[in-house]
Design a protein around this ligand. Structure first.
Ligand SMILES: C[S@@+](CC[C@H](N)C(=O)[O-])C[C@H]1O[C@@H](n2cnc3c(N)ncnc32)[C@H](O)[C@@H]1O
Length: 272
């Protein structure tokens, strides 16, 4: 079952990676021209975790086609991108070459990284849309812990599980649980970059993880939680249905007029 879910998800991500890179989310030409893909939320997470990445060994978990990996490398980090999709990694390698940036790239399940990488990294970095693919949260956190050197830090920026429950805002409709209740078999056309994108393998298996479950898994893995922030505004429309940003340039989901949490940032350390 676990292997089937992993295979189904990998086929979907291989297909998505094939079509990503020329769209509103992944603008390769801007990246190659020097734009950073890091938003204020990722910058803040890095600032809280390690201050600056310059000169640090960074493992970018579930790096996809390498936009943030390249941005981190440009900021002076020595970056290893890890993903289970060979298509995503090939695209990351091509983009890194076009950007004139060195990346080490590793094809692996984020829950079972190669042991020769254990203890190598000052920072484990993972963002936006990573944990919903992970059935065994404890294994993911243990892997992050083991990849870091003692004293290293995890910076995790993720979609908040509250907003992850919402299928439609108008009318308000929920279609996903707040907390873990096992696998969800989904069949969704296209991708978040474009629902009409030619993705052949559309079946996926996804999992809900509440904020409490994420924090508890990190503690169970041996990490010390240092900082947890819930963001009621986001620098991007990660859902694709939020319309225009508000007057400060940020996107919000408002229910009854009040902004609800859209993202969270967790910073946790591997004790020395
Ligand atoms: C939404 S993307 C992450 C987006 C990334 N933060 C970015 O900025 O491009 C999710 C990534 O997780 C990868 N992935 C999903 N499950 C995985 C697993 N078990 N092990 C490794 N990579 C996985 C997918 O291949 C995909 O590249």
């Amino acid at each position: 079952m676990v292997q089937d879910a992993l295979l189904l998800n990998r086929l979907n991500w291989d297909d998505r990676a094939r079509v990503h890179g020329q769209d509103r989310v992944y603008d390769s030409e801007s990246l190659v021209a020097g734009a950073s893909s890091l938003t204020e939320v990722e910058e803040e997470a890095i600032q809280q975790a390690v201050g600056s990445v310059a000169g640090l060994q960074v493992i970018h978990l579930q790096c996809h086609i390498g936009f943030d990996s390249i941005s981190l490398a440009r900021a002076g980090a020595l970056v290893t991108g890890l993903d289970f999709s060979p298509v995503a990694l090939a695209k990351a390698a091509g983009l890194a070459q076009r950007c004139g940036v060195d990346l080490a790239l590793v094809e692996a399940d984020a829950c079972h990284p190669p042991t020769h990488l254990f203890g190598c990294f000052d920072l484990a970095y993972a963002t936006i849309g990573v944990l919903c693919w992970i059935g065994d949260l404890d294994a993911w956190m243990r892997a992050a812990h083991d990849l870091m050197r003692p004293g290293g830090s995890l910076a995790l920026v993720e979609i908040h599980p509250f907003v992850g429950m919402i299928d439609s805002l108008v009318p308000l409709r929920l279609d996903f649980p707040y907390s873990f209740d096992g696998p969800h078999f989904l069949d969704t056309p296209g991708s978040y970059t474009d629902p009409r994108a030619p993705v052949q393998s559309t079946a996926t298996v996804q999992y809900a993880h509440s904020l409490g479950e994420v924090v508890t898994a990190s503690i169970r893995a041996g990490l010390t939680v240092r900082w947890l922030r819930e963001h009621t505004a986001a620098p991007r429309d990660y859902r694709g249905d939020l319309g225009a940003p508000e007057s400060d340039g940020r996107y919000r989901v408002r229910l009854g007029g009040e902004p609800v949490p859209m993202l969270y940032t967790l910073v946790a350390d591997r004790p020395v």
